[in-house]
Write a protein that binds this ligand. Structure first.
Ligand code: SAH
Length: 219
């Protein structure tokens, strides 16, 4: 690649990305240096479609096709911080979408296993993650409500669509593992974090939020 020719394009997105991290993420209380570094590193504009590239660093969710959205930057950072990843974990993500949250997670753990139920989005994420050079990721087109038994148990499971947990997720979670999801009916969700500890499950609730719905089957 001609590095000189590509340099101005790269630079033009560095500044909005830094501003996004300062104004939307640090200013709202995300503190983890590792999460902040990942949010600075991942090129969100590569995941937003061509037409929305200029909006990629704005404080909002963006359409990615098929009626689905890429979550607002703050929500991606907040959910990632709540997982408290150290670097050795194998993480299952339900709802790959365009692959942006997958990319952020991949900077912070050993491997991400991500499932998307809509074939065209699964293909989009594959292209985006390849372009952005995130290689410690395995993608699957399928129903995430079933989890991914072949690779269980997982140290963390993150769900990026709103609804109620599948029993299989807790079964596929390692002892001491964490399950994070937006829980609730319709458009009214609340982030809940559950730890699986010595046969018991401990839970904590966080931000109110609105996510696209968790649906069953493949489309
Ligand atoms: N993390 C994504 C956000 C995508 S929106 C990103 O950064 O772009 C949530 C996604 O969850 C949608 O693409 C939707 O199709 C998917 N989804 C909903 N129910 C699902 C299920 N049961 N299994 C897998 N994916 C699901």
């Amino acid at each position: 690649m001609n590095r000189l020719a590509s340099a101005p394009l790269q630079q033009s997105y560095d500044r909005p990305r830094k501003r996004m991290v300062d104004e939307q993420i640090i200013a709202r209380g995300v503190q983890s240096p590792r999460v902040i570094a990942a949010m600075l590193q991942v090129q969100r504009h590569l995941f937003a479609g061509e037409a929305l590239r200029l909006h990629a660093y704005k404080d909002k969710s963006l359409p990615i096709g098929e009626g689905q959205t890429i979550s607002q930057p703050y929500m991606v950072a907040k959910m990632t911080e709540l997982l408290d990843l150290k670097g050795h974990e194998r993480v299952l993500e339900i709802g790959t979408g365009c692959g942006y949250q997958t990319a952020v997670l991949s900077c912070l753990c050993k491997r991400v296993y991500s499932i998307e139920r809509i074939k065209s989005l699964h293909e989009l994420a594959k292209r985006n993650l390849r372009k952005a050079r995130h290689s410690n990721v395995m993608l699957r087109c399928g129903d995430g409500l079933l989890g991914w038994e072949d690779y269980a148990p997982f140290d963390a499971i993150i769900v990026t669509a709103g609804g109620f947990a599948s029993d299989l997720w807790l079964e596929q979670l390692a002892e001491g593992g964490v399950l994070l999801m937006p829980e609730g009916i319709g458009k009214s969700h609340r982030l809940v974090r559950r730890y699986k500890q010595e046969g018991k499950v401990e839970e904590e609730y966080f931000d109110d939020c609105t996510f696209v719905p968790l649906l069953s089957g493949v489309s």
